[in-house]
Write a new protein. Structure first.
Lengths: 115, 112
């Protein structure tokens, strides 16, 4: 009954370092997402994957890359971290859409600080 | 474009009712949602309403939708300290693929 699992929970990077945030879901959802959450700005979509093998840019994709490794896993990579990427990152998956309500399930987040 | 707005903060006394308001701009929204985020956690779906309804009640929660004014509200009756969280309004728009827009969130503080 894990839902969406994200790792790591916390990370501190130096400017210019790279890292990959991992995400896995066990609900057999087709769609997966990466969001960032900043104070007063709500959630902003970085990238999403509507199905295995496809990825698309969201609202704020610059500085990030993603990989939909298989149906379960969707990773987010920062190639050269910048202080502006200090944020809380959430992975999510969803079912529904079209004429049905979309039900998102979120991971517990990764708090990233870039110094 | 789509935009969802909420006030950022709300404080209420324990036992009072809380009303969290939201406005959205896209009249083609098929569903509107309320998500709750507790400290240190991800968002959880609290409730949703179909756009052709004007009210939905679920235990202590009442959702009101005024489609003409594009206004959505969440009322929490008998607010408890465990209701302290950030509440996000969101809309999904059919035919826009993954277009699901969140508001900035309202931080509800429940005072004893």
């Amino acid at each position: 009954n894990a839902g969406v699992t994200q790792t790591p929970k916390f990370q501190v990077l130096k400017t210019g370092q790279s890292m990959t945030l991992q995400c896995a879901q066990d609900m057999n959802h087709n769609s997966m997402y990466w969001y960032r959450q900043d104070p007063g700005m709500g959630l902003r979509l970085i990238y999403y994957s509507a199905s295995e093998g496809t990825t698309d840019k969201g609202e704020v994709p610059n500085g990030y890359n993603v990989s939909r490794l298989n149906k379960r896993e969707f990773s987010l990579r920062l190639e050269s971290a910048a202080p502006s990427q200090t944020s809380v990152y959430f992975c999510a998956s969803s079912e529904g859409g079209g004429d049905r309500p979309m039900r998102y399930t979120f991971g517990s987040g990764t708090r990233l600080t870039v110094v | 474009g789509e935009d969802v707005e909420q006030s950022l903060f709300l404080s209420v006394r324990e036992g009072d009712s809380s009303v969290i308001n939201c406005t959205y701009t896209d009249s083609s929204s098929t569903y509107l949602y309320w998500y709750k985020q507790e400290p240190g956690a991800g968002l959880q779906l609290l409730t949703y309403i179909f756009s052709n309804m004007d009210m939905k009640q679920d235990q202590r929660l009442t959702v009101l939708l005024n489609k003409k004014d594009k206004h959505l509200s969440l009322r929490i009756a008998d607010t408890q300290t465990g209701d302290s969280a950030i509440y996000f309004c969101a809309e999904s728009i059919a035919g826009y693929g993954q277009n699901f827009v969140f508001g900035p969130g309202t931080r509800l503080s429940v005072l004893p």
